[in-house]
Design a protein around this ligand. Structure first.
Ligand code: ADP
Length: 924
C-alpha cells in the first residue's frame, strides 16, 4: 500500500480532533511529522475542553458565553470554541501557548477569539521578539508577542499574535481556565488531584497517538509521571518482545536492542553513556581533558581520586592541601554510601570509591547548603546538540551549614540529597506549585532571582553553568560517538536526558558533582510535579516521536533498510561530496551544495529547535565554534579527548564529515540568522530567570491513599488469625507484603514521632540483616543530634524497604494454593490493616509455623531458629533483631550505605575510626 493511502485512512480517524494540536513538523504521515506533548491534558478540567467531541462542542457553543477579561488597557477577550485559528498556526509549545488572529485595526477595545482547546498561559517567552508587548508582571494582564520566526498564513488585515494572559489570581481577573470551568461545569472534586484514574488511561483514545498505535515500553524505571503522560497522550504500553515506538529504560541499553532499532523508534539512552554518568568515568574523562587542554579550561570538577588504586596520590594531595574529603561509591546515587572524612586514613580500602576534595565553602541560602539539579538533553552527539532545560531544582540541606569539622558526620547538613533530607523532621515541602522559594526545594529560576536581588552576577553564573555542561559532554563524547557509529542504525534513534548535579561555591563558581543517568522523575510536591511534567512533555515534543501508522513504519523502514549498509553501522553516504570537509580546508567558504545526509541533519536540527519548548539550546549557539572549536578535530568535528587518537585512529573509524562545522555554518554564518537572535546569551539568561508557568494547574500525583476502615481491619484480622490457627499459612509473597507494610508503618512513626528505643531496634535489625556490621558511631553519640539521627535511621530503613519491595516483586503469586490463605481475602485484609493488625498476623504466623518467609526463602543454609515472639504492642519489633542470623544472608544494606558500612572485624567503621583516632590522640 502506498504511504499516501495510509495517511488518508489515518486522517479519517481524526473525526473531531485537530491533528495540528497534537502533531507537528509536518502532516501525519510525512517523514518528519512528530507527536506533540502538552501538560494541559494532564489536568482533567482542561482535558475535557481539549478533547471535546463535535456534539459536545456544539452543545458547549450554545452555552458558551463571552468571557470578558477587562484589562487595564481595556482589551476585551472573548472565548470561542472555534478551532479555526489554531489550524492556521501550528502550536509547538507543550504548555499550550496560543496564537490567534487579531484584527490589525485594534484600538481600545478589541475582540479576540481564543481557541478554547488551547488554554492560555501567562509567560514571558524570551525567545519571541515582542512588537507589542504588555508586561505580564505588574498591573498589566495581557501581553502579546509577534512570532516573526514562524510563517503564519495571515489574512490581509490580520496578524498572528501570541496572546499570553496573566492567569495570576492576584491580578483580580478571571483566569481563562476558570472561565472555561464555569462554562462547562466541570467537576472539581478531590479526584482531580489523584494520581491515577481510569479516565486518565481512557482519555488517550481520542489522541492521534492512539489511532497511530504508538507504543511505549518501560524497562526498570520509576514510571508514575511518565506513564501518566504517555497514557493521556494516547500511547499504549507494551511489554516483553513487542515492538515499541519509544523505549524508556532506567538502565543502560543492551547493544542488541540498539542494533535493531528502526527508523521510527526512539530510546532514551545513548550507548556508553556511562562515560558521563559513572562518577569515576566522568572524573577520568575530565581529568584527561585537563592534561590535554590545560587545567584552566577544565577546572570544573573537584580534585578526585579513585581508591584503592590512587591511594598514594590522594595522600600526596592531602599532605599538600589538607582535607576534608568526600567519599562516594563509584556507581551509586541518592547519597547512598557517601561520607565525609578529615583525612585519607579514615577511608576503608575494601571497595572502589571516588574520593573528592570537599568544597567547604558552598553557596548557602539562609545559612543552608544547597546544590542544583539541572536537566540536560542531548539529542545528538555528532553533530553535538545540547539543550539545557530552562528550569531546574535547587535542593537545600535541612540543617544549617557549619564548617566546623566536628559536624562532618551530619548528612543533613552536608549532603543536599532529597532522599536523605526528606526524613528529617525539620524538612519543609512547599505545598503550592507557585511557591518556588519555600522550604527545602526551590526552583533554579527562584534561586537566580534571589541571587540577583542580592547583587550577584547571575548572568555569569548561568554562562559558567552552560560552559561546564558543554565541557563535560565534550570530555566524554568521543567514546559515545564511536559507539553510536557502531551500534545505532539511525541518527535520531537515541536521545538522553541527563541530570547534572552542580554545587556552587561562595564565589559563585559552579562545580560539577556528577551526571545522573535517568534523573528521577518522582514527584513529591506540586512544584516538583510542575517542573517535571513540563520537562517531560517538552522533552518528548523536542525529541520527536514520529507520527507514523504501523503501515507507514514498515514503508519507511523498508526504504531506510535499503539504504542501510549490510553491516550494522550507521549509513553515511560517502559517495556524496564531503563539502564541509573541503570548506574547512579552504579559507573562503565556497557555496557547495550540502549532501543529502547533511541536508537531513540540518533540517532535523531546525525542526527540533522549533519544538524545543522550555529547552534552551546551548550547543550549537552562534559562539560555540569560537569557544569550543579548539576541542574538536578540525577535519571531522569530533571532540577529541585522547592524544593518541588525534588525527589517527579515530579518523579511520569515522567518515570525513564535519557535521558540527556544517551545522554551525548553516545556522549562524550564512545569513540565515535573523538580526534578532532568539538564542542570544541575553535571551537564554532571561529564560533561566523567568518562572515556569503552565496554562493550567498540573494535578499533583499524590499517592492514592485508600481509606482504611479500622473496624473492618480488626474483623479481617480475626479471620486471618483463625485461618492461621487452623493450619493455613502465608505464601512468601503474602508474608513479604505484610512485612513491608509493617515496616512502612514503623518508618512513618520514625519520621513523625521518633522513638529512641525503636530506632535502636531498627539499626540492630538492619545491621544484622546487612551482614554483621556494628552501628555507626553517630547513633551512639550525644542527644542533641537526635533529629539527624532519626533522619538517618529512617533513611536506612527507607533504602532497605525499597530494595526489599523490589525483591518482593519476584515472589508475586496470585494463585490460591492448597493450605495457603486465599489471595483475595488476604488482599482485603492488607487493604484495611493497621500496624497492630499486621503485627498480630506476623507474630501469630511466626509463632505457629516456626518459619519466617518474610526474611528467608527456606533455601538459605543459615536460617536461624525462630525466636518466641511476645504478643502485645511492638512485641514483633522487639523480637526482630533476634530473627536475623548474625551471619545474615544479605549484605544489601551495608552495600548501599556508607554510614552503615565497614564495621566488622575486617572493616572498621569510618566514624569509629575517627572517634577512636580522636580518643587515642586524646589519651596521648
Ligand atoms: P549522589 O549521586 O549520591 O547524589 P553526589 O555526588 O550528587 O552523589 O553528592 C551528594 C551530595 O553530596 C550533594 O548533594 C552535595 O551536596 C554533596 N557533595 C558531593 N560532592 C561534594 C563536594 N566535592 N564538596 C561538597 N559537597 C559535595
Amino acid at each position: 500500500m502506498p504511504a499516501s493511502s495510509h495517511i488518508n485512512s489515518t486522517e479519517r480517524c481524526f473525526k473531531y480532533l485537530s491533528q495540528d494540536d497534537w502533531v507537528t513538523s509536518g502532516k501525519i504521515g510525512s517523514r518528519e511529522a512528530v507527536l506533540v506533548f502538552r501538560t494541559n491534558i494532564l489536568n482533567p478540567k482542561t482535558r475535557k475542553t481539549l478533547l471535546l467531541t463535535p456534539t459536545e462542542e456544539r452543545e458547549l457553543k450554545t452555552a458558551d458565553s463571552q468571557v470578558t477579561l477587562s484589562t487595564p488597557n481595556e482589551l476585551i477577550v472573548k472565548c470561542s470554541s472555534s478551532p479555526a485559528i489554531s489550524n492556521t498556526q501550528q502550536n509547538y509549545s507543550s504548555r499550550g501557548k496560543l496564537y490567534v488572529a487579531v484584527e490589525k485595526s485594534l484600538k481600545c477595545k478589541e475582540i479576540i477569539n481564543f481557541d478554547r482547546r488551547n488554554p492560555i498561559r501567562k509567560t514571558l517567552d524570551a525567545f519571541s521578539s515582542s512588537d507589542a508587548s504588555v508586561s505580564s508582571d505588574g498591573d498589566e494582564t495581557v501581553q502579546y508577542n509577534e512570532k516573526k520566526s514562524r510563517k503564519p498564513q495571515k489574512s490581509k488585515n490580520s496578524s498572528i499574535i501570541e496572546i499570553e494572559v496573566n492567569l495570576n489570581k492576584e491580578s483580580g481577573y478571571d483566569s481563562p481556565s476558570a472561565a472555561s470551568q464555569s462554562n462547562t461545569e466541570i467537576n472539581t472534586s478531590e479526584e482531580d488531584h489523584e494520581g491515577f484514574s481510569e479516565e486518565d488511561n481512557e482519555c488517550g483514545i481520542n489522541m492521534p497517538a492512539h489511532h497511530l498505535k504508538i507504543t511505549y515500553k518501560f524497562i526498570q524505571t520509576e514510571t508514575k509521571l511518565l506513564r501518566k503522560i504517555f497514557n493521556v497522550h494516547g500511547l499504549t504500553e507494551v511489554q516483553g518482545d513487542s515492538n515499541f515506538n519509544l523505549l524508556w529504560t532506567g538502565v543502560h541499553m543492551k547493544l542488541d536492542t540498539l542494533r535493531n532499532l528502526s527508523l521510527y523508534q526512539r530510546v532514551n539512552h545513548f550507548p556508553r553513556s556511562y562515560e558521563l554518568t559513572r562518577k569515576d568515568r566522568l572524573y577520568k574523562n575530565i581529568e584527561r581533558m585537563q592534561h590535554l587542554r590545560g587545567m584552566k579550561h577544565f577546572d570544573i570538577v573537584p580534585q578526585s581520586f579513585i581508591l584503592p588504586l590512587e591511594s598514594r596520590d590522594l595522600i600526596f594531595a592531602h599532605n599538600k592541601q589538607r582535607g576534608p574529603w568526600i567519599v562516594k561509591p563509584a556507581a551509586s546515587s541518592r547519597g547512598r554510601g557517601i561520607f565525609i572524612v578529615k583525612s585519607p586514613d579514615q577511608i576503608p580500602q575494601d571497595e572502589q570509591v571516588l574520593v573528592s576534595k570537599y568544597i567547604v565553602d558552598p553557596l548557602c541560602i539562609d545559612g543552608h547548603k544547597c546544590d542544583l539539579r539541572v536537566y540536560v538533553l542531548v539529542t545528538s552527539f555528532d553533530p553535538l546538540i545540547i539543550y539545557l532545560y530552562e528550569e531546574g531544582i535547587v535542593r537545600l540541606a535541612t540543617v544549617r551549614y557549619d564548617r566546623n569539622a566536628d559536624n562532618l558526620w551530619n548528612p543533613c547538613m552536608h549532603l543536599c540529597n532529597y532522599s536523605i533530607n526528606k526524613y528529617h523532621s525539620d524538612y519543609i515541602r512547599s505545598s503550592d506549585a507557585q511557591d518556588e522559594d519555600v522550604g527545602h526545594k526551590w526552583t533554579l529560576s527562584a534561586l537566580l532571582r534571589h541571587l540577583k536581588l542580592q547583587g550577584c552576577d547571575t548572568h555569569l553564573l548561568m554562562l559558567n553553568i552552560e560552559d561546564l555542561i558543554i565541557k563535560a559532554v565534550l570530555a566524554c563524547a568521543q567514546t559515545i560517538i564511536s559507539a553510536c557509529r557502531m551500534f545505532v542504525p539511525n541518527v535520531n534513534n537515541c536521545f538522553e536526558l541527563y541530570g547534572f548535579d552542580i554545587l556552587i561555591d561562595n564565589t559563585l563558581k559552579p562545580w560539577l558533582l556528577e551526571v545522573n543517568l535517568s534523573p528521577s522523575m518522582g514527584v513529591d510536591s506540586p512544584l516538583d510535579t510542575k517542573v517535571k511534567a513540563c520537562l517531560v512533555t517538552d522533552l518528548l515534543t523536542c525529541v520527536g516521536i514520529p507520527a507514523y501508522t504501523p503501515e507507514m513504519r514498515t514503508h519507511y523502514d523498508s526504504k531506510s533498510s535499503r539504504l542501510r549498509s549490510s553491516s550494522c553501522q550507521r549509513q553515511i553516504d560517502t559517495t556524496e561530496s564531503s563539502t564541509t570537509l573541503r570548506s574547512t580546508k579552504s579559507k573562503k567558504k565556497p557555496v557547495i551544495p550540502l549532501t543529502q545526509e547533511e541536508q537531513r541533519i540540518l533540517r532535523s536540527a531546525r525542526l527540533q529547535y522549533t519544538r524545543r519548548g522550555g529547552f534552551v539550546r546551548i550547543f550549537p549557539t552562534d559562539d560555540t565554534m569560537q569557544r569550543y572549536g579548539n576541542f574538536l578535530d578540525p577535519a571531522n568535528g569530533i571532540p577529541i579527548s585522547t592524544p593518541n587518537v588525534q588525527g589517527q585512529t579515530f579518523q579511520a573509524l569515522v567518515n570525513q564529515h564535519n557535521y558540527n562545522q556544517m551545522l554551525h555554518s548553516n545556522l549562524f554564518c550564512m545569513g540565515q540568522r535573523s538580526s534578532k537572535d532568539d538564542n542570544s546569551q541575553e535571551n537564554r539568561i532571561k529564560q533561566y530567570e523567568r518562572a515556569l508557568e503552565t496554562d493550567s494547574e498540573i494535578p499533583f500525583l499524590k499517592k492514592q491513599i485508600v481509606e482504611k476502615c479500622e473496624e473492618e481491619g480488626r474483623r479481617l484480622r480475626k479471620q486471618m488469625l483463625k485461618k492461621i490457627g487452623s493450619g493455613s499459612t502465608l505464601t512468601h509473597f503474602q508474608a513479604r507484603q505484610t512485612f513491608s507494610l509493617y515496616l512502612e508503618s514503623v518508618l512513618r512513626r520514625l519520621t513523625q514521632d521518633p522513638k529512641d528505643s525503636h530506632e535502636k531496634i531498627i539499626i540492630k535489625f538492619l545491621t544484622k540483616y546487612g551482614g554483621g556490621v556494628k552501628p555507626p558511631v553517630l547513633f551512639r553519640n550525644s542527644q542533641n543530634i537526635s533529629k539527624a539521627r532519626s533522619a538517618m535511621v529512617a533513611k536506612l530503613l527507607g533504602d532497605f524497604l525499597e530494595l526489599y519491595k523490589r525483591d518482593t516483586e519476584s515472589y508475586i503469586d496470585s494463585f490460591d494454593h492448597f493450605g495457603m490463605i486465599p489471595t483475595n481475602a488476604y488482599s482485603l485484609f492488607l487493604m484495611h490493616a493497621q500496624e497492630s493488625d499486621l503485627e498480630a498476623v506476623l507474630t501469630h504466623h511466626t509463632n505457629i509455623t516456626g518459619i519466617m518467609p518474610f526474611l528467608y526463602n527456606r533455601c538459605g543454609l543459615s536460617v536461624p531458629p525462630t525466636p518466641p515472639i511476645p504478643s502485645g504492642l511492638h512485641g514483633f519489633l522487639r523480637a526482630l533483631p533476634a530473627m536475623v542470623s548474625s551471619f545474615g544472608v544479605s549484605r544489601e544494606v551495608s552495600k548501599y550505605d556508607g554510614y552503615f558500612k565497614s564495621c566488622d572485624k575486617n572493616c572498621e567503621n569510618v566514624h569509629d575510626i575517627s572517634l577512636r583516632s580522636r580518643s587515642t590522640r586524646d589519651s596521648k
